[in-house]
Every structure is written in C-alpha cells, then in structure tokens.
Design a binder for this molecule. Structure first.
Ligand code: ATP
Length: 364
C-alpha cells in the first residue's frame, strides 16, 4: 500500500477577482520509505502540493490519502505527518529540548519519560545532544535546522514533509546537510516528500522526482529517467546543469535532414522512422556534456562561433553561437579555444533528443 497518495487532486485559490489554479489533476503515489522530491520553478505549485498533504490547504477536487485513509477533511495535527519548514519555525523562548518535545506533549498521550527518551534519541542521531538546554537564538543556522528536523523525527510520523529545508544555509553547509538528510532517511526509512526549486538537490536526493510546471505534473520518475528520457522540452531544460541546448529545425524527411541557417543535421534511419513521413518543425535537444569537438565535418556536425570560454578547472564551459542560437558545451579544460574561434561540433546521434516544436512533447 502506498504511504500517501494524491488522486486527481486540484487546488484553486480564489484570490478576489480571479481564480488561481495552483495544482491541477495531480496523481502521485508515494511508496513506503521513498524519498520523493517535488521540483519546479517558482510558482509551479510545489508548496501548495506539499501543504495539501499536510492539511495546511484544503483540496478543491480529488482525494488525498495517507496510509490508505482519505484525509481531505482531517486537521494537520490529526494527519500522521511531520513537517519541516524553510524558516525552521522554532519557538524562540523555548529551549531546544522544549522545542522538540512540545508537539508531542500537545498532541499525544505519551508519558513524560517516553517523550524524554525520544528527544534524547533524536538529539543523538542529529549530533545536537549538547545543545538541548540552549535557546534557538544561540544556535547557528545549521544547528537550528537540525532542531527542526529533530522536532519532526520525535513524532515518528508516516511521512516527513519538507519545504525547502536547506535554502537558508550557505552552499557548503547545504551540501553537507543534503548528505546528512539522506543518511537520516536511510536510517529511519520513513517516506519523505521534499520540496525544492533546485534541480541539483532533486537529482542527488530523490529516489524519484516529480517535475511540476504550471500546477501540472510534467514527469514522475527516477532522476536518471528524467535526465535521459525527459517527457517534454520543459523537463529536458529544467533537469541537468548547465541546461540542455535547443535548436529549432525544419525536418525534411527526403534526406532525413534537420535544417536551419547553415545547419544540416542528418538523423539516423531509426530516428527518421520515429519522426514520421512528413516535413515538420522540431526542436533538437543536446546536453552540453554530450557536445563533442569534431576534427572534420560530417552528417552529425555543425559549425559554431565561440563567444565566451568559462574555465572551471578540469573542464571549460564554452558559450557558442550556432546559427544564431546560443548554446553551451562542457569540454576538457585543456582544450585550446578562445572567443572568436570558429569550431566544428559533433552532436552524437545517440545523444540527441527531438521535441515537437508546437507542444514540446518528446519525439525521441
Ligand atoms: P515558490 O518556489 O516560489 O515557493 P511554488 O512552486 O511553491 O513557488 P506555490 O506557492 O505552490 O508555488 O504557488 C502556486 C500558485 O498558487 C502561484 O501562482 C501562487 O501565486 C498561487 N498561490 C499560492 N498560495 C496562494 C493563496 N493563498 N492565494 C492565492 N494564490 C495562491
């Protein structure tokens, strides 16, 4: 049985003179012990999706279930969840120990000893045992984050809900906490729904990721599925860093060619079969890390002008102009290229994607 489910869930906010559709027709099933990441750009509906499961928003349509039970009308405190917020939401006048135990005292009938045991255990797990008598104001951001996690852990919920929990930490600490959260997840085995706008966080942390845009689920899959087999141009461009390159082409089936100013890219017979018998407008997609430098021209090469070389050490990112379209390529840092150079690029045919120019759906 799924730990939690969204079944055709929609949320419409009535904001005065207009309705805002924040979530539309959402179907997601969160499996036991799974780490599911909700990712997408600002305003795509991630937080609303999470808040619907928490009970902080009510659904307009559809069903939200936790452990098989419909919880549409249950208050947050009656749902078997624990939430960790971006701003930690700690009580400033309570000690760390009180912050961690308060929720349990209010919402459960556990004995004082049982609560104390849970707090001690969670504090040990998080390495904050020596901070229990401090107030939040006397803690670093990372320590406050651990307290917020501790407060969620002691509840021993069916699902952890986390809304951008690392976004207030500096880059180094964020990377460290990312690993710690994963270890904690492995240890506790509790299903987790984690909201972030950061595709790197999604890629590295999620067992599966749900990519949202405009309130609608674009793709639900493992990070590698979303990276290698994006369902549409949006997912292809959102997942992966630097972002996938796109080049608009007119496809001519006669010679299996994708054509634009000064570019003639020949697709394989298999690709041509998928593209179909008629001419059509397509968008070619290629990841910067898939672009190669070519010694001579061929059916899978294009010429480009180097605009900027960004040395990163072991590799360099080239910013390129290909037939008036800006592209990037990640190449070896040893490569001797400078801005203004005309170079030849290979787009290996087993690494290109094609999208429908109109709807953006993946063709291959
Ligand atoms: P961000 O990453 O910026 O936090 P998000 O993906 O979490 O964005 P949501 O906060 O879920 O997005 O918002 C989705 C949409 O719903 C947005 O258009 C937002 O303006 C709208 N929205 C959210 N809450 C309300 C509300 N209480 N009243 C009206 N509109 C709302």
């Amino acid at each position: 049985m799924a730990t939690a489910e969204y079944d055709d869930v929609s949320k419409v906010f009535d904001s005065g003179n207009e309705d805002v559709v924040a979530v539309e027709g959402l179907d997601i099933s969160i499996e036991e012990g799974e780490f599911l990441v909700l990712v997408g750009p600002s305003g795509c509906g991630k937080s609303t999706t999470l808040r619907l499961l928490a009970g902080l928003e009510t659904v307009t349509d559809g069903e939200v279930r936790i452990a098989g039970e419909v919880v549409n009308d249950e208050k947050p405190k009656d749902r078997d969840i624990a939430m960790v917020f971006q701003n930690y939401a700690l009580y400033p006048h309570k000690t760390v120990r009180e912050n961690m135990s308060f929720g349990l005292e209010m919402t459960t009938d556990l004995s004082t000893d049982e609560i104390a045991d849970r707090v001690t255990e969670a504090a040990e797990m998080l390495g904050i045992s020596d901070l229990l008598e401090r107030k939040p104001g006397a803690l670093s951001g990372g320590q406050q984050q651990r307290v917020a996690l501790g407060r969620a852990i002691v509840r021993e919920p069916a699902v952890f809900l986390m809304d951008e929990p690392l976004s207030n930490l500096d880059a180094k600490l964020r990377t460290q906490m990312r690993t710690e959260l994963q270890q904690l997840h492995d240890r506790l085995g509790v299903a987790t729904v984690y909201v972030t706008h950061d595709q790197t966080e999604a890629m590295t942390m999620g067992d599966r990721i749900a990519v949202l845009d405009g309130g609608e689920l674009q793709q639900l899959g493992t990070p590698l599925e979303c990276y290698h087999e994006p369902t549409n141009r949006f997912v292809a461009g959102f997942i992966g860093s630097p972002s996938m390159n796109f080049l608009d082409l007119e496809y001519d089936p006669t010679d299996r060619l994708g054509v634009t100013d000064g570019v003639e890219y020949r697709f394989t017979e298999t690709q041509a079969d998928v593209l179909g018998p008629g001419p059509r407008a397509i968008t070619l997609g290629i990841r910067p890390e898939a672009v190669e430098l070519a010694a001579e021209s061929g059916p899978d090469t294009v010429t480009a002008t180097v605009s900027v070389v960004e040395p990163m050490g072991s590799e360099s990112v080239l910013h390129l102009d290909v037939a008036g379209t800006t592209m990037t390529a990640s190449v070896s840092g040893d490569l001797a290229v400078t801005s203004g150079d005309r170079i030849r690029l290979r787009f290996p045919r087993d690494r290109v994607h094609a999208f429908d120019a109109d709807g953006g759906g993946a063709i291959f």
